[in-house]
Write a protein that binds this ligand. Structure first.
Ligand code: FES
Ligand code: FE
Length: 440
């Protein structure tokens, strides 16, 4: 890997050992998206999801707080909840009937008399809590790392950009219509890097889909003088700053009218520049595995399921204050473009699957990949925070994402690791022998 020069090692997309390291070094240490607060409005509401490959339960507590714990019974490890979401007072394990309240505390079990007096300390046999939970304007994140940066520090100045999605109107956002899951035979990073800044592929990969939804018109050329890549802590947003792009909503005029109506208020909340950025053709990712398209309103998470497979979870994100007919229009737009049957989703999935498979070839994997687009176009910008590059056709955000990935994969200070380290990783990086991997 030589990211300063824009070269990437292909083995990061298929190698099983690297994938194991990712689960440990990236997914067991990062702040990971686990829910939107709108999915858990009442006490007892819960949903199940994954943090890396860990099954977890996210629940709303009676005091309004949110807890996250492993969806794994401390008796033999079975899942204690198989539903995607719901409301409950307890989770009862299928295997031997151990029962837990929504705080994850052991409440009782089948035939409790079979245990000797004092043999079961209920306080010590609850569901394992995830170390820290935090939220930012509706998005709930959790991390296994007991130490390390706060969620605010983790998001850093990227919050300036996130507010365009999460806080462009009074009342904030919500996810509507449930979650759609699909499985794609590709490495999870291809999804993230595509949404963090790959405007370059859109006019080519999606040409026919774009014409079909836009009265035969192709994807318009990018204004390279007034568009940017911005990268913060491995997160990234690509966007234009000069007003509203024709393709912002891909043929949903009612939604466009709605945004035009609220744009003056949006400018009061966020300033003129951000009210214009939120209206350009744009896409973004939050490190390590969440992406979204402002305007088009797909919100998605790339859940790793092995080095060459991920589960894609997609939701529709809208402003809570939107009238129902506008929310319906937004939902139709998302399904038409980026649901599993959406025009663009199919284009993308095929590319990512092919990239993953082809990169794995025993000879091919030793050839480096080119991420050099726009490498000389970094600028200082008075207003835009982060590492900013001019021109939306650029690989800058991808380089920023992989730099954060590499920093975590090579970190020698494992102080922020969770408290159940694998023995082989209790020391520094040289406990692993990956000859030449990062030395292209
Ligand atoms: Fe859950 Fe035995 S595995 S009660
Ligand atoms: Fe695409």
């Amino acid at each position: 890997m030589d990211l300063k020069e824009g070269w990437l090692d292909r083995r990061i997309f298929s190698d099983a050992e690297i994938y194991e390291e990712e689960l440990y070094r990236i997914f067991a240490r990062s702040w990971l998206f686990v829910a939107h607060e709108s999915q858990l409005p009442k006490a007892g509401d819960f949903l199940t999801t994954h943090m890396g490959e860990h099954a977890v339960i996210v629940t709303r507590q009676p005091d309004g707080s949110i807890k996250v714990y492993l969806n794994s019974c401390p008796h033999r490890g079975n899942k204690v909840c198989f539903a995607d979401a719901g409301n409950t007072r307890r989770f009862v394990c299928n295997y031997h009937g151990w029962a837990f309240n929504t705080a994850g505390e052991l409440q009782g079990m089948h035939e409790e008399y079979c245990y000797d007096e004092g043999d079961i300390d209920r306080k010590k046999n609850g569901l394992r809590q995830v170390a820290r939970v935090g939220s930012y304007k509706g998005l709930v994140f959790a991390t296994f790392a007991e130490d390390g940066p706060s969620l605010d520090a983790w998001l850093g100045d990227f919050r300036w950009y996130l507010d365009m999605l999460l806080d462009n109107e009074e009342g904030g956002t919500e996810l509507i219509g449930g979650c759609i899951k699909s499985v794609i035979s590709a490495n999870w990073k291809f999804g993230v890097e595509n949404f963090i800044g790959d405007a370059y592929h859109a006019g080519w990969t999606h040409d026919s889909g774009c014409r079909s939804m836009n009265n035969g018109q192709p994807f318009p050329p990018i204004d390279m003088d007034n568009s940017y890549h911005a990268s913060v802590n491995g997160h990234g947003w690509e966007f234009g700053t000069e007003g509203v792009g024709d393709l912002f909503l891909l043929g949903r005029p009612k939604v466009m009218e709605y945004y035009e109506k609220i744009r003056p208020k949006m400018a009061d909340r966020l300033g003129t520049m951000r009210s214009q950025i939120f209206g350009s053709v744009a896409s973004a990712s939050i490190f390590p595995n969440v992406s979204f398209l402002p305007g088009i309103s797909t919100f998605r998470q790339w859940q790793p399921k092995g080095p060459m497979q991920f589960e894609l979870k997609t939701w529709v994100i809208v402003n809570k204050a939107m009238p129902d007919d506008i929310k319906d229009e937004v939902t139709k737009g998302v399904m038409q473009t980026f649901g599993p049957g959406g025009t663009f989703e199919m284009d993308d999935g095929e590319n990512w699957e092919n990239c993953t498979t082809v990169n794995r070839g025993v000879v091919t994997r030793h050839e480096r990949l080119h991420y050099r687009c726009g490498i000389g176009r970094q600028i200082d910008h008075d207003t835009l925070p982060g590492i900013v590059y001019r021109g939306q056709y650029n690989d800058a955000n991808q380089r920023g994402f992989y730099q954060r990935w590499l920093d975590m994969m090579e970190a020698t200070d494992l102080g922020a690791m969770p408290p159940w380290p694998e023995p082989r990783l209790t020391g520094v990086a040289e406990t692993r022998d990956l000859p030449g991997l990062f030395a292209l």
